[in-house]
Design a protein. Structure first.
Length: 83
């Protein structure tokens, strides 16, 4: 169970993995704390993907509530698939 001081640090994180990965962290009132586009290093996989994963891990905290938008096959008609 969290004490009152820890409640102030609750973050809700949304991750949109795509060609470039969108990252946003909100506080408990929905205010944006951090927003960033993550790309990894270089343009050659698997190195780019590995560095992108590390970049995402660097931004996520252990107590974050995380929602990741699922991959939807690049269709412009989809509105998002959540996992």
């Amino acid at each position: 169970m969290r004490n009152c001081d820890e409640e102030k640090n609750i973050r809700f994180v949304g991750i949109d993995p795509s060609t470039k990965t969108g990252f946003v962290a909100l506080d408990e009132k929905g205010n944006v704390i951090r927003q960033k586009e993550l790309t990894g290093v270089g343009d050659v996989d698997p190195y780019r993907m590995r560095t992108l994963i590390h970049e995402v891990k660097d931004h996520v905290r252990p107590d974050d509530f995380v929602c990741i938008e699922g991959l939807c096959g690049g269709s412009m008609e989809t509105r998002g698939c959540f996992v």
